[in-house]
Design a protein around this ligand. Structure first.
Ligand SMILES: N[C@@H](CCC(=O)N[C@@H](CS)C(=O)NCC(=O)O)C(=O)O
Length: 360
């Protein structure tokens, strides 16, 4: 009987650091401890006896405390150009029990940095290879954070437009969480954007090979992956649920009324002769008091929508209300809601808001 065919996963990436630094990140305990787990997990312990026949072992820990342990032996070490080592998961959370695979990493000098080519071979099934592809892509993003002078801006790009409220929400989330990124100017439905977002809306996020679209999903990704001590999802169940509730309400009701049928109707008129359609605007203005009344009540006795601290729900609303207040009729209407004004005046003082002004 033929042996079952094994699958090989091939990955490559450019890292803005010398080959020696990249090599050492794979072959020293301090190096491995600093990056060798997907985003959102940490390395609890790392061992590396970097000589041929020497062992390596890593304990990765997820946020809920679960441990994932892997290790193996170094088979070839040629600093700074090549490493070959075996890989075998251990313990109760092993995603691939009793299977030994092999990792081969080659490092080539390129464009002031290192081109890393990796092949991880010996997977018994496509699902196992796909799972490891996700894990490696995320871990290599962390390797990049560690070695690239730009940190996470070396892998994270937000595709969007600084004028878009949703783009601003994502940018505010990154500013609040101190996540470095690049903003790539991109229009809705442009080919570049459609290559990431099937519905062509902005923003979309690229983190290396990982692509995320829909703003709340982007916030979620940041929240799961970057533990800077700032959380945009409240800790208590009720407040976390309020955050989800207000995010949904702001997206489903306020954005449509306040931005799509009011602000955009004035900035990008679609009525007869390229004029704003007054009927559309008046209908939108007529719906706003109900929305402001709900917001006024939510802000009663507090400064944030979901409870006692800033949450992602506030980041969805603030860019919308900034536009509404800027418009003559919108500004007049908003003046009737002191709690809303107080909360907006507060959030507008945050560096995440001032630093993402579309017209700095
Ligand atoms: N549900 C999307 C909405 C994003 C969205 O509508 N963005 C606007 C710009 S602020 C857009 O792309 N508009 C283009 C269009 O509606 O076709 C999200 O949460 O990201």
């Amino acid at each position: 009987m033929n042996a079952p065919e094994r699958i090989t996963l091939n990955l490559s990436r450019f890292i803005r650091a010398s080959r020696e630094k990249v090599f050492d990140a794979f072959a020293t305990e301090a190096g491995l401890a600093a990056w060798m787990s997907p985003r959102g997990m940490k390395v609890r312990s790392a061992k590396a006896d970097a000589r041929v026949g020497g062992s390596w072992r890593i304990e990765m820990q997820s946020r809920d405390g679960s441990l994932f342990v892997t290790g193996g032996q170094y088979r070839e070490l040629q600093r700074p150009s090549k490493l070959v080592y075996t890989w075998k998961w251990e313990g109760e959370n092993s995603p691939m029990p009793n299977v030994e695979t092999q990792v081969e990493v080659s490092l080539r000098e390129a464009d002031g940095g290192t081109e890393l080519n990796m092949s991880h071979s010996g997977f018994p099934a496509a699902a196992a290879s796909a799972g490891h592809s996700q894990g490696w892509n995320s871990s290599l993003n962390r390797l990049n954070d560690l070695l690239d002078p730009q940190g996470s801006a070396g892998t994270i790009t937000l595709l969007g437009d600084a004028r878009s409220t949703y783009t601003r929400t994502a940018r505010m989330a990154m500013a609040e969480k101190a996540v470095a990124y690049k903003l790539q100017s991109c229009a809705p439905h442009s080919p570049e954007l459609l290559s990431v977002h099937p519905f062509g809306r902005i923003p979309a996020l690229r983190d290396g090979e990982i692509e995320i679209w829909e703003t709340d999903a982007i916030v979620n990704y940041l929240e799961e992956c970057f533990d800077s001590g700032v959380s945009l999802r409240p800790g208590s169940i009720i407040e976390r649920t309020r955050c989800a509730q207000w995010t949904s309400a702001v997206n489903s009701y306020c954005y449509d009324t306040m931005i799509r049928r009011y602000v955009l109707q004035i900035f990008f008129p679609r009525g007869e002769g390229g004029q704003p359609d007054r009927g559309v605007i008046d209908a939108a203005l007529a719906e706003m008091p109900r929305q402001f009344a709900a917001l006024e009540k939510a802000y009663e006795g507090r400064d944030f929508l979901a409870g006692s601290s800033l949450s992602s729900a506030d980041l969805f609303l603030a860019p919308i209300l900034a536009y509404v207040q800027f418009m003559p009729e919108g500004g007049q209407l908003m003046a009737n809601y002191p709690n809303v004004l107080r909360a907006q005046n507060l959030i507008r003082q945050r560096p995440s808001f001032t630093g993402t002004n579309p017209q700095p």
